[in-house]
Design a protein around this ligand. Sequence first.
Ligand code: CP
Length: 330
Amino acid sequence: MSADPYAYTFPHSDLLSVGGLNPIDLQMIFTRAEEHFARNQGEDKKLGTLKGLTQINLFFEASTRTLASFELAGKRLGADVVNFSAGNASIKKGESLADTALTLAAMKPDLLVVRHGSAGAARFFAQTTGIATVNAGDGAHEHPTQALLDSFTLIQRWGDVAGRRIAIVGDILHSRVARSNIALLNLMHAEVRVCGPATLLPGDIDQWGVSVFHDLDQALEGCDAVMTLRIQRERMSNGLLASEREYGALYGLNHQRLEHAKPDCLIMHPGPMNRNVEISSALADDPDISLILDQVESGVAVRMAILELLAQKAPSMTWQDRVNYREGDA
Ligand code: CP
């Protein structure tokens, strides 16, 4: 127990999902992110809070935004950062994921950032290695730092997301971004709507604490913000969508459709986007409405905050400490 009964230490040894974060954790993350965001505007962006620590970014799936921002975040905090991509890994030669995890752990990194096409992969790395791990997207499961940076971007505009009406449009079924955002926005008392064709909504969507729409114009009524998701072209071939053209006509966002929302409605997209499919180019590039590049900028600051908070435990805990800690948590 802490000597100061009012002190609060970030209690998480990993960030694998939004579930488990509480409002105080969020306040800690966003307060730190605000400081980093301000510093990132200046010439001297460097801090030494992770000096001496090693961060490995393990990306088994393609990424532009998440990988670059985790690399910048770690470097700006003074960590030694190693990027490791599946294309060059021994997994191609038949090495198991467990052996990859144990091999990298033997090199004594302090932080792992894991992206993988399978749900649960980041948790597997955390449990196998005992090293502080951030989930940078695992299959269709979660992408917690994306949700945190999205909410941080909205909070910077509005001060709070509570009471705001936010629609998430597109392929909810396969979207880790949607899953993490719905959990986080509900935690922060926003009103969340989802909209998409029935084939791209989960069967248990009525259990997710959201209002469900199939008609985009209706979903947009009174919205303060709209998050549109990448249409995953690989889904076209398995009968989930009739055609890209039809999807664009029914669910594509543009200035005209946005007239159904509040006059000052903001739009977001996690990227990468298919211009003129899920969002018109004109809307994506409209500086008065689009937060797309603000989201990218927020991503570095939010990821700096996450790495710092997890690193508070990293140097002081042995592998066995961390395993005991995790088992005690469970
Ligand atoms: N939003 C997101 O995860 O983008 P990347 O796939 O480019 O990392």
